[in-house]
Write a protein that binds this ligand. Sequence first.
Ligand code: EPZ
Length: 418
Amino acid sequence: MDKLIINGRSKISGSINVHGSKNAALPIIVSSLLSDKILKLSNVPNVVDVLNLIKLLKNYGVKILHNKDIVHINSKKIKNLSADYDVVRKMRASILILGPLLSRFGRARISLPGGCAIGTRPIDIHLSGLSKLGVNFEIQNGFVVGSVKSQLIGNKIKLPFPSVGATENILMASVLAKGETKISNAAREPEIEDLSNCLIKMGAKIEGHGSKNIYVQGVTNLKTARHQIISDRIVAGTYIIAALILNSSLEIKNFNTTYLKSLINVLKKMGANLKVSKFSIKVLKGPKLKSTSILTNPYPGFPTDLQAQLMTLMCLSDGKSKIKETIFENRFMHVPELNRLGAKIIVEKDTAIILGNQTFKGAQVMASDLRASISLVLAAMNANGQTTLNRVYHLDRGYENIEKTLGSLGVKIKRKKN
Ligand code: EPZ
């Protein structure tokens, strides 16, 4: 397994163009299963989760052309409607194939995802929403088997929690259902809006996407479409925090800054010196940041996917900070590793208490999940001495060429292939 070797006290400068959003690309690539026409995508991020999803769809007989950020998908011929445990275990987003397959073919079989490092991550909201459209589910030796008598029928579905994946699954399933579907308490993430905008280009009839009530009028077929994936707001937020951790000036470009309003508000409250334009943010050097307290929330609240990165910054701020994690039950896996790097963080149930004014010292650390691992890289860039980060595959799932990107900004970082 690859390792990253990082020598700290880096100074970074320059600018970075944010790549396409993993969490928009995954559902959009899956949505091609709804159609027998070509879907042409651009700005697709070159990250492992996307590569694995493309491999999965090719196993279904889907024709895919993939060249850098360009992905052309033709799902006219599909030969298999089942996803096995080792695929779903590695990438939870494969659950999203349920909606399109059930909507187009009336059946699908997928391994139950199992948990992951950040929580049990059940799929009950997905299954109960799809059942309301007329799917009959059975659990057969670790697999979920869905079948539809004739055609999915539109319905009113109220989500108990604005689950991103469940909203996407139900939304895609309703595109070819008969009649109208209303999804209330829907997730409002920008990635849901981007998926909806792509489906509309394919001929779907959707309104209200990005709000908590989404309305879908079923259609009978879809057409060829082109779509550019939005940029990755979590990657953008990560690099903004990186510049603040190193008190360096950095310009983060090519993303819609309105998608990061909650992060920008928190950082400004901490005293960060930010120049915010519509599609770029300039981080400027400034005084030591102040502590603060936040809780994670569904969009437009503070994103859980930036919680670990902000925690690293809070270790260096002045005073005691607090983070309450309300989305996942076990998303503090980075805490013991940050403490190994010299942080002083205590976890009490769903709240982390972070002492500020710490200094990081290089050490051997272990990545556990995608966002936890990047918080360790951020700390390592600030640390005195050398840090070795093990299990780098977690990082590769969501960040393109992380060592090339950081190296180009001035970070002393290299990958040791094992
Ligand atoms: C998406 O995961 C993202 N992944 C996650 O990003 C992100 O952290 C999460 O949304 C929250 O914003 C992708 O888009 C591929 P949820 P998802 O369904 O859809 C519970 C990353 O780092 N829940 O909104 O799985 C669930 O256990 C990843 O890029 C149920 O109880 O998130 C969790 O506690 C990590 N039953 C909460 O809801 C269900 O049926 C939020 O989950 C579904 C979810």
